[in-house]
Design a protein around this ligand. Sequence first.
Ligand SMILES: Cc1cc2nc3c(=O)[nH]c(=O)nc-3n(C[C@H](O)[C@H](O)[C@H](O)COP(=O)(O)OP(=O)(O)OC[C@H]3O[C@@H](n4cnc5c(N)ncnc54)[C@H](O)[C@@H]3O)c2cc1C
Length: 270
Amino acid sequence: MVNVLTSNKNRVQNIAVIGAGIGGLTAAALLAKRGFQVTVFEQADIPGGCASTFRRRGFTFDVGATQVGGFEPGGIHWQIFEELGVPLPESAPCDPACAVYLPGESIPINVWRDPERWRIERQEHFPASEPFWQFLSDLFARSWRFQGRQPVLPPRHPWDLWQTLRAMRWDTLGTLPFIGSTVADALTGFGLAGDRRLRTFLDLQLKLYSQVDAGETALLYGATALAIPQAPLGINHLHGSMQRLSDRLVEALKNIMASSIVGSRCMPLS
Ligand SMILES: Cc1cc2nc3c(=O)[nH]c(=O)nc-3n(C[C@H](O)[C@H](O)[C@H](O)COP(=O)(O)OP(=O)(O)OC[C@H]3O[C@@H](n4cnc5c(N)ncnc54)[C@H](O)[C@@H]3O)c2cc1C
């Protein structure tokens, strides 16, 4: 896609996007906005992929994704919808983002949206762990600024490498020693490897965000995943289910170019 957008020679005008998940729909809508003729092919009956929903006996179920980040001003979905010129789907902030009941406990650990409230909550539950959280917070801040400058990771072409190098600053260098580390390594570094409650809490949170526990979650990714629920970022729940996000992207795409969306089983979605 990058070559298509940047190459002046042999500029492609007609683009086929395979799959109407959030990724395909976002790419298709942005390409259409930039003047390309786009056709999206989807094998399922509805768009959305892992972020779609289905109905059974009057209830609506999310297929996969239930919460969405990047709705805050400057956030990734905010930027995309700004560029498309359509409003974000209506949503409510998740606060707490999560209420975690550790095995055998009846009082939840609430991951509050307000950073100060979350700091007090975690200090009550994990009194010795604050230096660990501050370390994660510092890594997150450096890494988030880097990600905001849009590196292409992992770099597969010289252009990707150039974008990634351009996104680096002096403060990014502070994250480099931790590229090969896991969240569990950081726990060990702060003398917290034996804290079973903290480890279980982190494992539960990280399995949600990275599908693996602290022993397998890359530290830089873990620092980001654990920080996103707090303001000024935060995660949201869409009014009317996750389907609203892909529906809004389809709507934008149609508005931009009266695009034909067809199923690869010849099943029109419109
Ligand atoms: C259980 C679960 C929970 C999740 N929870 C969250 C969450 O709370 N928050 C969050 O942000 N993310 C969550 N995610 C992740 C998020 O849902 C996905 O990262 C995102 O939806 C992926 O979008 P995608 O477009 O890359 O891929 P997909 O959603 O997989 O879309 C790919 C699309 O391509 C179609 N397709 C594939 N091959 C073909 C073909 N040959 N021809 C035509 N069509 C084809 C598929 O049918 C599908 O519609 C969750 C994921 C899962 C599975």
